[in-house]
Design a protein around this ligand. Structure first.
Ligand code: BGC
Length: 461
């Protein structure tokens, strides 16, 4: 019998799903996102409500993750629960998080804990949030309290989720709170979030010298509509530089590149302030020069015509499903950081309510992660976004990223085929021919290219 082809992942590779507090817990009424929902900014008119009810029953979903033989899980803490008013610490919130973390350990799921994922307590937002550099000290005080309280249950921290998305969506596009359209303010918020990360890094390091501490950025590809057009090429390169690499460079060196360094102060002690690079990757945009869009550096972004794409969402921003992109991004981060730290895919996911593109998409993206690993890029784990459909910010319940379908009103869960497929991959620590055959046979040639027998031979790492 012919041997089964497979792409085996390194020993100890982390397999998990990613989530955030506001999107999953339910009952969060004390942060700026709740207020944003009340003000009617959710495009579907919905609210986060009970979300996935994790505040009361996260354990039932942790059990599902264990059944999928995941060995890790990324979840967020909600600052507005822990410090509901300035300087007042709610120990019962900490107790609840302790229960959750204990349960994850009991189920052999290594917790990766996010300290900030888009939500700010109302009192903090009302003082100007991260627009004001002086407010960073409040964040550090919260981080210190949390790490002191939970250090026996977690040693793998993610300080700030996607500073570039928080700044861009909240201060350029205005579709996240505070709904501004002000590039200069966006840049200051971005800088302050990076400083918040750096200071959080050292605060955690002091308490827990052996902890693994990082942050993550959203990396999005911007490719020119026509590579023969100098203007398309220029504007896509500028978007790429600003959205992706300017922040990474600031994190690496503490300095923004020209022209941002004219407006933004350096970040003290940045270089060295991370133990891993968190990579969130979803999609790419095609960019055409458009003189009517100064706020986006004169580039109009759109989904490549004919591309396989995510369910579009009301804002149409979930985009193309483009597996090579995850490889390009991993390579870009690796080269720009000269391989100085391991990388984790802290998010990668697909909005696909009918699950008719997700199995193939997961397989093809993982094959590209495997390719990066074969080429020597140290990727330590993959966190799929997300375990159970959750509250997708401005899109409300309209975008479905979960391996498991959720009816938020009845709280009924229905695993999608992708859930059992992901379980099989985690169990095998590999993509096997049989998995591809059963879940997405159309991906076979992409994953095990016929023409490239060398590639298949070198596929075990
Ligand atoms: C965010 C998640 C979000 C996901 C899908 C990421 O940028 O971190 O909170 O649900 O994208 O849009």
């Amino acid at each position: 019998m012919a041997r089964q082809r497979m792409l085996r992942f390194p020993e100890g590779f982390l397999w998990g799903t990613a989530s955030s507090s506001h999107q999953c817990e339910g009952g969060n009424r004390n942060n700026q996102w709740y207020r944003w929902e009340q003000q009617g900014h959710i495009l579907t008119g919905e609210h986060s409500g009970d979300a996935c009810n994790w505040w009361k029953r996260a354990e039932t979903d942790f059990e599902r993750a264990e059944q999928m033989e995941n060995n890790a899980l990324r979840l967020g803490l909600e600052w507005s629960r822990i410090e509901p008013t300035e300087g007042w610490w709610n120990s019962s919130a900490i107790d609840r998080y302790r229960q959750m973390l204990k349960e994850l350990h009991r189920r052999h799921l290594k917790p990766l804990v996010t300290l900030h994922h888009f939500t700010d307590p109302l009192w903090f937002a009302d003082r100007g949030g991260f627009e004001n550099e002086h407010n960073i000290r409040y964040f550090i005080r919260y981080v210190t309290y949390v790490v002191q309280s939970l250090q026996d249950l977690c040693d793998f921290w993610l300080t700030v989720n996607e500073p570039n998305v928080y700044a861009f969506m909240g201060y350029v596009l205005g579709s996240y709170p505070p709904g501004e359209h002000n590039v200069s303010r966006a840049l200051h918020v971005l800088r302050n979030l990076m400083q918040a990360h750096v200071e959080a890094f050292y605060a955690i390091r002091r308490i827990q010298p052996a902890a693994e501490i990082g942050y993550c950025l959203d990396y999005r590809l911007f490719d020119p509509a026509s590579s023969f057009s100098p203007l398309d090429t220029l504007v896509s390169a500028v978007q790429d530089a600003f959205f992706n690499w300017a922040t990474l460079q600031a994190a690496e060196t503490g300095r923004f590149s020209f022209p941002l360094n004219m407006a933004l102060a350096p970040i003290p002690r940045a270089s060295g302030a991370r133990d891993y690079h968190g990579v969130n990757y979803y999609t790419r945009d095609i960019v055409r020069f458009d003189p009517t869009r100064p706020a986006e550096f004169f580039g109009k972004r759109y989904v490549r015509p004919g591309a396989v794409h995510n369910d579009p969402g009301l804002e149409g921003n979930f985009g193309e499903i483009y597996p090579e992109g995850i490889y390009r991004v991993l390579k870009g981060v690796y080269q720009r950081t000269r391989g100085n730290r391991p990388l984790y895919i802290t998010e990668n996911g697909f909005s696909d309510a009918h699950d008719d593109r997700r199995p193939r998409a997961i397989l093809e993206h993982l094959a590209m992660v495997h390719r990066a690993i074969r080429e020597g890029i140290p990727v330590g784990g993959y966190f799929y976004w997300t375990l159970v459909d959750n509250f997708e910010w401005t899109e409300g319940w309209g975008a479905r990223f979960g391996l498991i379908e959720l009816d938020p009103y009845s709280q009924e869960r229905t695993p999608r085929p992708s859930a059992s497929m992901f379980g099989e991959i985690c169990r095998a620590n590999a993509i096997t021919e049989s998995i591809v055959e059963r879940y997405a046979p159309e991906a076979m040639d992409f994953i095990f290219p016929q023409s490239d027998s060398e590639l298949a031979k070198s596929a075990s790492v």
